[in-house]
Write a protein that binds this ligand. Structure first.
Ligand code: PLP
Length: 383
């Protein structure tokens, strides 16, 4: 650090230069991200709560009240108003917390948990941090977990099973009801990772798409991850973990003697109150209607893109959510050409191209992408 401070103008110049090197959501070329620009209203609110700390909630009772309201609204969305939980930094932290609760609640010497092989890599981190063995269950053709294989993976050390409502690579929703039956039979914690799908799945049926139950209406669901900073339109970092009731939290209670509240239940100590205020603002401003419209727009573009990709002869399955994943025997070449044309795309573990159609992706972007894919496809046919 230099002895003397630098002028604000000089600093702003450096910051502007740095930002210019970033991709810009407004260009409509980011098709790899599960995040999107937050709503303008939530951005406006963020600044006024910037100094609030939910880790010392006695000092910020008003902001803590907003977090409680957010938990209530999200519990209601996921069909259990009385759910208890916290705003956290994102899906990774929420998933780790769920397994932390499951591990401490079960008290096995060598705890294990089962995830679908499609699970997000945050579960690898959870496994390592919590010293829990991670077992991957096979998936079916539709990318949902194979219940028979989950049964097969269970043993005396199993403490939890995880189902995904909107998996990262395909957007598929596991058979959570089926997993629920297995959880009851074997007395296991059932965690649902709806980090992405939590703000999508509840609105699909009302829009004429098929919906699968995935939430607390299934009695054996113990906890759910849902991320406001993905399809919830709230600023990063806004994740959320919900537990069915308070008894789950007791397994991770830590005393915090020098703070205004003498107990904590989160991994992180100092937590952003701005996340609570901004998430509250966007949830209230949007209402169910606003989120339904958001999902409607994303799904319409997704289905148009899917139809065109199918027509071009690529290997593609009908999307369940706003993710289109496709394959081709020259997939590496296609990915390279798309990247060279400025598209930010991503690849699945198997190498397929994965496109996430978030609210920042507009109809004109999809038109451009389809045109580009057609050109690439025609060029491939001439090779
Ligand atoms: N779970 C799922 C299904 C996800 O798709 C993601 C991220 O994309 C995560 C968890 C991790 O979320 P975060 O990156 O906010 O930690």
């Amino acid at each position: 650090m230099k002895e003397k401070g630098v002028s604000k103008e000089e600093i702003k110049q450096i910051l502007d230069d740095a930002k210019r090197k970033d991709f810009d959501y407004a260009d409509g070329k980011i098709l790899s991200s599960m995040c999107t620009p937050p709503s303008d209203f939530s951005k406006e609110i963020w600044g006024s709560f910037i100094e609030t700390n939910l880790g010392d909630a006695g000092l910020f009772c008003g902001t803590k009240g907003l977090e409680t309201e957010v938990i209530g609204i999200l519990g209601d969305l996921l069909k259990h108003k009385d759910a208890r939980g916290f705003l956290v930094s994102g899906g990774t932290e929420a998933n780790i917390m769920a397994l932390w609760v499951a591990r401490n609640g079960a008290m096995r010497e060598k705890p294990e948990f089962i995830v679908p092989e499609t699970a997000h890599f945050s579960f690898e981190k959870a496994s390592d941090l919590l010293n829990m063995k991670l077992i991957k269950a096979k998936t079916l053709d539709d990318h949902t977990v194979d219940l028979k294989d989950v049964q097969r993976c269970i043993n005396d050390n199993t403490v939890a099973i995880v189902g995904i409502a909107g998996n990262t690579e395909y957007g598929a929703i596991d058979d959570i009801e089926g997993l629920g039956d297995i959880a009851i039979e074997n007395n296991l914690h059932l965690h649902v990772d709806a980090a992405f799908g939590g703000f999508v799945a509840p609105f699909l049926e009302g829009l004429g798409y098929s919906e699968k139950r995935f939430d607390f209406s299934i009695p054996s669901v113990s906890s759910i991850t849902i991320d406001p900073h993905k399809m919830g339109m709230s600023p990063i970092p806004s994740g959320c973990i919900l537990f069915r009731d308070r008894t789950f939290l007791e397994h991770i209670e830590t005393s915090s003697p020098y703070l205004t509240e003498k107990k904590q239940f989160t991994i992180i100590g100092t937590r952003s109150g701005a996340a609570a205020a901004s998430t509250y603002a966007v949830l209230k401003a949007f209402g169910r209607e606003g989120y339904r419209e958001n999902v409607r727009n994303c799904m319409e573009l997704t289905m148009r893109l899917y139809g065109e990709i199918k027509r071009m002869g690529f290997e593609v399955k009908k999307p369940v959510m706003n993710i289109v994943t496709f394959d081709h025997d020259k997939i590496n070449m296609i990915a390279e050409k798309l990247t060279n044309n400025g598209w930010a795309i991503s690849r699945t573990r198997k190498g397929e191209i994965r496109l996430v159609i978030m609210p920042h992706v507009k109809s004109s972007s999809i038109d451009n992408l389809i045109r580009n894919l057609n050109e690439i496809n025609n060029a491939l046919k001439r090779i």
